[in-house]
Design a protein around this ligand. Sequence first.
Ligand code: NZQ
Ligand code: ZN
Length: 383
Amino acid sequence: MQDFIFHNPTKVAFGKNSIQQLATLLPKDSKVLLLYGGGSIKKNGVYDTVMQQLTTHEVVEFGGIEANPEYTTLMKAVELVKQHHIDFLLAVGGGSVVDGTKFVAAAAEFDGEPWDILAKGVEVKSAVPLGCVLTLPATGSETNIASVVNRSELGKKLSFLSEHVRPQFAVLDPQTTYSLPDRQLANGVVDAFVHVMEQYLTYPVNATVQDRFAEGILQNLIELGPRVFEKDNYEVRANLMWNATQALNGLIGAGVPQDWATHQIGHELTALYGLDHAVTLAIVLPQMMRHQRSDKREKLLQYASRVWHLDTSDEEAAIDQAIVKTEQFFQQMGMKIYLHEHNVEETVVRLVPRKLMENGMMSFGERGNLTPKDAELIIKAAL
Ligand code: NZQ
Ligand code: ZN
């Protein structure tokens, strides 16, 4: 196992009506900026429940954060933070709202051009404290240090990591997910699944806790997947929510090599074609598994055996079947796993490597041996 520090101080309030705990979770006397998305929280009652908890706080609102949060939108929120001397940010929504709020938190205290946080990786030294009420289980953003921001005028979707933007608390009430459309439920399952794969399907380092936890989450998601569409099934939604949080809260990724190449290529597909984040992962991951078949061989066999219970006496056949099982699972979730099914043209084969190069992604993957040329081959296979 590799050395690591594990520290995840986000306080999680999980369960039915956990939004009722918001008033006590928020710092007293803070001036709060409430950030949300395109209006789902107004339709499903979450906004009203949250506002009932904020009666003793001074509150300013900022709505309209898009799915794949837009830099220019977020910079308007940064202005509000400065204008109203806001000292706490409350994100209410899915991963995009939480990620967007993280960027606002960092940008509001950033000395310099905030775009450099994303484009040049300039270190974030402080941020406005934030908390969140999550309404879409998928990204893990609610307890982690990552944020992904889109700047469509430049065709760029870029991320940053900072301990300063880890939410102080995350309110997870599975009932808030009842209003999710099937498409977003499927996105959640697939995103969480691929988060585990990025941290698990690399090479063995004898990290037995991380491996078994990862395999447990994958098996849970395989079992839960088809059931997440059941209306108002609290147990299923609660388990989806906690699996998605655990998939990317740092625990299974501590002390192990991590990949993230599927995400890096996926972000370029979203930036170019506006495809949903999870949709891009369902397209890229199976071809990534095929392309990295020899580098990932030992873990592919472990995955075949422990996650899919395949007979590995014929190793090549087991790996083939494990990849097909993964594809079938995504398809069962309603995902189209080829680019042509999304009407993406062949020019994508040239565009993705070019974008990766523009963004300085010259070597990636757990061994750092993937190049834009490999991305080209993976995309070609996904056409
Ligand atoms: O904007 P509103 O009206 O709220 O609608 C949203 C949005 O249209 C809707 N929605 C959310 N909760 C709902 C709901 N509709 C009905 N009922 C509810 N309870 O769902 C739509 C999608 O929301 P979004 O927040 O974009 O989805 P998701 O949570 O999947 O987040 C995706 C974003 O997270 C980034 C992705 O790149 C993408 O930008 N990621 C962030 C990560 C992180 N911070 O660690 C890791 C991930 O790999 C990912 O990259
Ligand atoms: Zn993801």
